[in-house]
Design a protein around this ligand. Structure first.
Ligand code: SF4
Ligand code: SF4
Length: 342
């Protein structure tokens, strides 16, 4: 027999948007679109007995409410219970012991900033993840020397993007990935379409060839459902912090220390300034605290805790809190300019 109360699993969290809502499932790392009326039932009437909820809507929608909740049971977002108080909510406080959680370092053929010097400083801060973007096509030797720099370091993840060169073969890149297990992804950009290998020719999942030209920092900041991240770490961080820049430090292709290489404001040059000193500065940390709930339009979007933010390219450059310029979603109409989901 059905129990009196409906309870969402603690890892399934409703997020309200202007036109529709989501339930973010932080255990299965996915989300479900739901109508705002269901969000209302799940939040404003949370903990109320089913009969009380029916009465709130004057018993006019009993069948519809039951159908909605049965749908959530079927999809394993929730369950019926006689003891809803026995199921506490998930703590959404974000904790992280590292002063810097990720670093982004850019290079082009004119770059002179020495990676070992940067890695040494990041290592002292226990930075766990780094992304290296080569806007040009580095040689195999440069890629090898780069990865060699991370041997005996505490980095857990190294991601690289590099320009296409016909001298870099799949066999060489695969051998590199085997030799350096910290290499979590290697994306070869600007690959001529006729040279994109078939996926069956690539034996490792983290090697990708793309046609897209990523030859400058301006390639960054795109917003798309493809880049949504649904997990507890991201969701909890996005409650209060910026989902791109929090605890991030960047070194642009000329060696200037910034929140993000695409931003104009810098905090000194890597040759003269210590990264640890920059990280402590209030002015540097300011961008860390811009959450989606403060950003215009995003604050009304049902995707705001799974969507990466961008503070470098904003829709209204005069307003630091305006929506990312490269977002094509309109939460007021629930439509994507180029494509529609849901
Ligand atoms: S702020 Fe924008 S451009 Fe800068 S790293 Fe983030 S997404 Fe990329
Ligand atoms: S409006 Fe665009 S950038 Fe803002 S949260 Fe929604 S999808 Fe992301």
């Amino acid at each position: 027999m059905r129990q009196d109360y409906f309870v969402l699993f603690a890892c399934c969290i409703p997020v309200k948007g202007h036109s529709r809502s989501t339930i973010c499932d932080l255990q299965r790392n996915s989300f479900e679109l739901i109508p705002n009326i269901l969000f209302e039932i799940l939040t404003e009437h949370e903990g109320k007995a089913m009969q009380t909820i029916f009465a709130t809507y004057h018993h006019e929608y009993n069948r519809e409410i039951e159908e909605y909740l049965d749908f959530l049971v079927e999809k394993e977002y929730g369950f019926y219970s006689a003891e809803p108080q026995s199921f506490p909510k998930l703590d959404l406080t974000w904790h992280n012991p590292f002063p810097v959680t990720h670093a982004l370092v850019d290079f082009d053929e004119k770059s002179k900033h020495p990676l070992p010097h940067i890695v040494k400083q990041l290592t002292a801060m226990f930075c766990p993840a780094i992304e290296l973007r080569f806007f040009h096509a580095p040689s195999l030797e440069v890629l090898e020397n780069t990865l060699q720099t991370f041997q005996d370091s505490p980095f857990r993840s190294v991601q690289m993007i590099a320009g296409y060169s016909k001298d870099l073969t799949i066999a060489q890149l695969t051998a590199l990935a085997y030799q350096y297990p910290r290499l979590q992804s290697l994306v070869i950009h600007s690959t001529p379409s006729e040279n994109i290998p078939a996926s069956s020719d690539i034996s490792i999942p983290h090697l990708t060839f793309i046609e897209q030209n990523l030859s400058s920092e301006a390639c960054c900041g795109n917003i798309s459902p493809r880049y949504f991240t649904v997990n507890r770490q991201f969701f909890t961080e996005a409650q209060t912090f910026n989902s791109c820049l929090n605890r991030k430090i960047s070194i642009d292709k000329r060696g200037f220390i910034k929140n993000c290489p695409s931003m104009t404001q810098h905090f000194g040059h890597i040759e003269a300034t210590s990264l640890a000193d920059v990280v402590k500065q209030q002015a540097f940390q300011k961008a860390w605290h811009i959450s989606k709930d403060q950003v215009t339009t995003c604050q009304d979007c049902e995707f705001r805790y799974v969507c990466h933010d961008c503070r470098a390219y904003v829709a209204n450059p005069g307003n630091a809190l305006s929506k990312p310029a490269k977002c094509r979603y309109n939460p007021y109409e629930a439509t994507w300019e180029a494509a529609t989901i849901g």
